[in-house]
Design a protein around this ligand. Structure first.
Ligand SMILES: Cc1ncc(COP(=O)(O)O)c(C=O)c1O
Length: 363
């Protein structure tokens, strides 16, 4: 079986965890501080604030930017549910803008169509590890005085013209085990904004800067030192992991030049970190997406459908009254398959995956 994802934990991580366990500093402490410093340096922001999941990072980032009831936040319907849910958490309204085919990311032209007087923020998602069109999005944000919170949960180290995502607006990252780097569960907010950083630190810890002095409503969404020291070691290895993902993606794209199979593109100036390697199965292929998934499963190849149901079509969102159509998001949801290209996947695995696909297309 070739799994769709596999965390790579080495002796460095286990040694660091053992050392932390023996130190007795198990909750947020020096390990978290060191991870934050390293991550801020990696993204190129003044601050990084560790949180216990990507979802909580989005929630805390929106609260820290002052988003609340009555505000509208524009985002993509073609993402993991927590992108839009974080907007609901703060009492604001998710407003969806459709995606572009070239990179599966929010289309800035569609953002322009959705602007109203209530629009306060945009959450672009760097889906699969491909940067959203941040230059255009930042222009819109500047023209309309909007906050930008980047959902970079899938895009550790992705770049546009050398600039790392998560440094355009405030960035939110996830360290779930399937991600390009992991801490078990975990998240991070990156920002250059002094006030946002200050508020985020308070909100993650019961609204207090000083113990037992609570200045605002907060939560307990702190990261533990046990997680943070895993993150420090993973971050050291991230560039190597990413390179292997990119090499595997290139190799597979060269192999999958079949009619009706669309391999992922990379927009000019962008560095795609291939959290997911996602192809599209179009009608020209002569096979349905689901039959191809079955053929891959029978051949022992793990796949993922990210995402089979766009957010506006989820039952919960339908109940909230979302009934607009987003044609490209819906088309992508019907066509996409993610294939394994993580760092443990070897060239012979990629040859095999391509053979299984070729056989399925010919049968
Ligand atoms: C695009 C996106 N946003 C948000 C999240 C939430 O991250 P977490 O699972 O760490 O809460 C994820 C992770 O699955 C994601 O892929």
């Amino acid at each position: 079986m070739i799994p769709i994802a596999k965390p790579l934990i080495g002796d460095e991580e286990t040694d660091a965890v053992m050392k932390t366990l023996k130190s007795g500093s198990l909750a947020q402490g020096d390990g978290v501080n060191r991870f934050e410093d390293a991550f801020a340096g990696f993204v190129g922001t003044k601050y990084a604030i560790a949180i216990n999941s990507g979802t909580a990072a989005l929630h805390v980032a929106l609260l820290s930017h002052g988003l609340s009831e009555g505000d509208e936040v524009i985002t993509t319907p073609f993402s993991f549910i927590s992108t839009a849910n974080s907007i609901l958490f703060v009492g604001a309204k998710p407003v969806f803008a459709d995606v572009r085919e070239e990179d599966f990311n929010i289309d800035p032209e569609c953002i322009l169509e959705k602007l109203t007087k209530k629009t306060k923020a945009i959450i672009p998602v760097h889906l699969y590890g491909h940067p959203a069109d941040m230059k255009f999005i930042m222009e819109i944000a500047e023209d309309h005085n909007l906050t930008v919170v980047e959902d970079a949960c899938q895009a550790h180290g992705a770049k546009i013209d050398g600039r790392v995502v998560g440094s355009y607006g405030s960035g939110c990252f996830s360290f779930y085990p399937t991600k390009n780097m992991t801490t078990g569960e975990g998240g991070m907010i990156t920002t250059d904004d002094d006030l946002v950083a200050d508020r985020a630190r308070m909100i993650r810890s019961h609204g207090a800067k000083i113990r037992y002095q609570h200045e605002m409503l907060g939560y307990n969404v702190r990261m533990t030192d046990i997680s943070a020291v895993i993150g420090i070691e993973q971050l050291k290895k991230l560039n190597d992991f990413t390179k292997r993902r990119q090499e595997n993606a290139k190799y597979l794209s060269d192999m999958l030049q079949f009619k009706g199979i669309l391999t992922p593109g990379v927009r000019d100036g962008c560095e795609h970190v291939f959290h997911q390697y996602t192809i599209r199965v179009t009608d020209d292929s002569g096979i349905s997406r689901d039959d191809l998934v079955s053929a891959l499963a029978e051949g022992g190849v793990g796949t993922g459908i990210h995402y089979s149901v766009p957010i506006h079509k989820q039952p919960f969102y339908k109940d909230l009254g979302y009934n607009e159509e987003y044609a490209l998001s819906e088309l992508m949801a019907d066509q996409v398959i993610s294939l394994p290209i993580h760092p443990s996947v070897k060239t012979h695995d990629l040859d095999y995956i391509s053979e299984v696909i070729k056989k399925a297309l010919c049968s």
